[in-house]
Design a protein around this ligand. Structure first.
Ligand code: FAD
Length: 467
């Protein structure tokens, strides 16, 4: 009989479903569309982008008739599967923003701060408890070259007035105990963690209370134009809308022009059983902050309010042809790898089991920042491509999309981040080859700390991470 490794053994009882949405507090399903209908604004997709678009549209004009069409349930997609890290950054970090939009960075930083502050003000006013914790985050150096990179980030963040600390190895391990840590950057403000399902379900309730009609299990199969409206086709009937917002993230795009703007990359996540007091004491982690590694292929991890650890990332996988219909069996090697790496990071937790394992699609653009634009002569807007940082920037995407369909020139629509679209991905088979080459180069840089000619070229083209 084959003996199980500690990682395989820890995964044995794990259910293949997202931890956040599988709790007992999930709301009742909403009815699907049953007949043709019409509305002022139809939103396709009931994740955070779609929910914010619906709510903000109603805040602007309470009389607007707004419909959300969701192919499964609210928060079925990335919005119910993510790590729950929230951030003020609209640019995937300061260094990345500075390298792409140096002239706009102060505006982008301000808009990001305002976005997060308005989100939490809204949650307070609606009494939505998303278990938000403004605990900041730590970035861990696991290799000597990470230490130098974190020192450079530390100086850059200080220059921009951020509340940051640089901790050496001993100080880091005193804070959170792992033999893998060589140093860390502790970022105190502007970020934290929350429960993404509670956030989505809270917004769902606010949308319904404002009169937004939400139809679940209602997939939009295509769009077409009539003389004055946009028609959304579903198996249950046609929705005739004056305006449309597409909030379909990494799922199959409904517009041809969206196909090359983002690719679906599968990201994998595990959640452990609850830790005992002795296990908690063995890791410290008293400030509960979110944690990421400093590498390109990085883990992100955090504690949950009921003292589990969510552990995800590292092994992001693109399937040739932008395949989206991937069976859970295909994720198994990534979950095994994640479990092994978990026990390398926290060997003192050997024997701890995982209760949940899942994967989700990350809508990755070549610039790692969202694409927000318009089509059908301004009747349709789309917002997607947050590339793994959409828990709070999805509201920014929704607000820009609302400006677009209202035909409003605003501070948001004029941003270069919005006006200039990222470089599109080439078609297959070149797409797969480029993704593999980039992935291998990023993995090499993680080992030797050298950027290499391929990543250097991509940096000069404004593609991917420059940080
Ligand atoms: C594993 C993972 C971890 C992540 N971790 C973080 C994190 O810690 N912090 C962070 O900021 N971001 C994170 N992200 C990214 C973040 O979750 C997303 O950017 C954000 O949730 C995007 O929200 P959305 O509404 O645009 O997309 P989604 O939540 O994916 O919603 C899109 C919805 O559209 C529906 N849909 C698609 N096509 C149709 C159609 N034709 N008809 C009807 N409905 C349709 C889908 O069913 C889905 O519900 C993570 C993502 C993943 C996958």
């Amino acid at each position: 009989m084959k003996t199980l490794t500690p990682a395989s053994s820890a995964l044995q009882g794990a259910e293949a479903k997202p931890f956040w949405t599988s709790g007992a507090n999930a709301p009742e399903n909403l009815a699907s569309l049953e007949a043709h209908t019409s509305c002022d604004l139809a939103i396709v997709g009931g994740g955070l982008t779609g929910l914010w678009a619906g709510i903000e549209a109603k805040i602007e004009n309470p009389d607007l008739d707004v419909v959300i069409l969701e192919s499964q349930q609210i928060a079925f997609g990335a919005s119910g599967r993510n790590g729950g890290f929230f951030s003020e950054s609209l640019t995937h970090g300061l260094a990345h923003g500075l390298s792409l939009w140096p002239k706009e960075i102060d505006t982008l930083l301000r808009l990001g701060r305002e976005n997060v502050s308005e989100i939490f003000k809204f949650l307070d006013s609606e009494k939505i408890n998303a278990e938000q914790n403004f605990c900041g985050k730590s970035v861990m150096a696991l290799r000597p070259h990470h230490v130098k990179e974190l020192e450079a980030s530390f100086k850059q963040l200080l220059k921009y007035g951020e509340n940051v600390e640089f901790l050496d190895g001993e100080e880091t391990r005193k804070d959170i105990d792992s033999p893998t840590y060589l140093a860390s950057l502790r970022i105190h403000d502007g970020s934290g963690i929350l429960d993404p399902a509670k956030l989505s379900w809270g917004l769902r309730q606010s949308a319904i209370a404002r009169g937004v009609r939400i139809y679940e299990m209602t997939r939009v199969t295509g769009l077409s134009k009539s003389r004055t409206s946009v028609l959304l086709h579903t198996a249950h009937g046609i929705v005739t809308a004056n305006k449309v917002i597409l909030a379909t993230n990494a799922f199959h795009p409904l517009l041809r022009r969206m196909r090359n703007m983002a690719i679906p990359v599968f990201d994998h996540v595990l959640v452990t059983e609850q830790l005992s007091q002795a296990q908690l004491d063995s890791i410290g982690w008293k400030q509960n902050q979110g944690v990421t590694d400093a590498g390109n292929q990085f883990h992100y991890y955090r504690r949950t309010p009921d003292n589990r650890i969510l552990w995800g990332g590292y092994d992001a996988i693109y399937y040739k042809g932008s395949q989206r219909d991937i069976s859970p069996e295909r994720y198994a090697p990534s979950h095994e790898l994640l479990a092994e790496q978990f026990f390398q990071t926290f060997p003192q937790l050997e024997g701890l089991n995982f209760t949940n394992k899942w994967a989700g699609m990350i809508d990755t653009t070549s610039r790692f920042t969202p694409v927000i634009g318009r089509a059908f002569g301004g009747k349709v807007a789309y917002a997607f491509g947050y590339t793994g940082l959409g828990v709070t920037s999805s509201r920014f995407g929704a607000k820009v999309a609302l400006d677009f369909i209202a035909n409003r020139e605003s501070e948001l629509t004029q941003l270069a981040l919005v006006a200039r679209k990222p470089i599109p991905f080439p078609p297959e088979p070149i797409r797969s080859l480029l993704v593999s080459k980039t992935r291998a180069s990023l993995a090499r840089e993680d080992i030797d700390g050298k950027r290499g000619p391929w990543l250097g070229l991509l940096d000069r083209m404004g593609v991917g991470f420059n940080s």
